[in-house]
Design a protein. Structure first.
Length: 198
């Protein structure tokens, strides 16, 4: 058996440092221009909520055959608009003799449920920020490889406008979303459309 070896035409020396440089540039999330840093900043802030907890009479009427049932409904509002509605129930009987604890548990369950449902509502807990132009470094630029990003299509923009106008009730949030539509890429627009349909 004969072994053949080939000599390379050019001697290439791999620059081990370039990979480390790219990696450190990519993972430097504390850089204010890094897209990850900017997304983190969008989720930091103070939120003003109003929570109203009351007895859930509709649940009590529907399940009046269950003795010892207590039921609460919690309505969570932000800027006067309802963003979440949660329910909590408990049954007081001989197995659950700790009345105060059981009732507080049901009340807290309603409040927690309202928060969970408000988070599911699209963008409810996002800090409203204006998107600064020319500040963000696209993730592709961290690799120094220019890419061509396809802009949102007219059809996507029209459909998203309809979705935003019918599905978002907070006027400030609606205005911000509509104003930023032209900045979306085709892929971002597609993701936004899918998020409305979840």
């Amino acid at each position: 058996m004969q072994t053949t070896t080939y000599k390379t035409k050019y001697n290439h020396k791999a620059n081990q440092g370039i990979h480390k440089q790219l990696e450190s540039k990519l993972n430097n999330f504390q850089n204010p221009k890094h897209p990850v840093f900017q997304e983190v900043r969008k989720n930091i802030g103070s939120f003003d909520f109003t929570a109203e907890i009351r007895q859930d009479t509709s649940t009590l009427n529907r399940f009046k055959h269950i003795p010892g049932l207590v039921a609460f409904i919690a309505i969570l509002k932000r800027n006067g608009s309802t963003v979440g509605e949660g329910r909590g129930t408990a049954v007081i009987n001989q197995k659950n003799p700790y009345i105060e604890k059981i009732i507080r548990y049901a009340s807290n369950s309603a409040l927690i449920d309202s928060f969970v449902k408000s988070v599911k509502a699209l963008g409810t807990l996002q800090v409203e920020t204006t998107k600064p132009k020319g500040v963000s470094i696209p993730i592709e630029d961290l690799y120094d490889e220019p890419t061509n990003v396809e802009k949102i299509t007219d059809k996507q923009e029209k459909f998203l406008r309809e979705l935003i106008n019918t599905k978002i009730y907070d006027e400030d949030q609606k205005r911000n979303r509509l104003n930023s539509l032209s900045d979306l890429s085709r892929k971002e627009a597609s993701n936004a459309i899918q998020s409305f349909q979840m």
